[in-house]
Design a protein around this ligand. Structure first.
Ligand SMILES: [Zn+2]
Length: 70
């Protein structure tokens, strides 16, 4: 009984790690680089950039920005 409880707590604690990253990023559709919304390059990019989630940007083959780290 105690072991089952421990397993349940373990599963609950590890759940957020397994969840996909749905934080908002700014993705450049031309260069396929995504930025944190606070990044200077994200603010400068208005023409080819779209707001999306990090996991969607990665699934579209985008790479993180070297300055802000995505
Ligand atoms: Zn950036």
């Amino acid at each position: 009984m105690k072991r089952t409880l421990c397993l349940l707590i373990f599963l609950l604690l590890s759940a957020p790690v397994l969840a996909s990253d749905s934080s908002i990023v700014v993705m450049n559709t031309k260069t396929h680089i995504y930025h944190d919304p606070s990044c200077q390059w994200a603010k400068r990019c208005t023409k080819n950039c779209i707001k999306t989630t990090r996991d969607k940007a990665i699934s579209r083959g985008a790479r993180p920005c070297k300055i802000c780290g995505g």
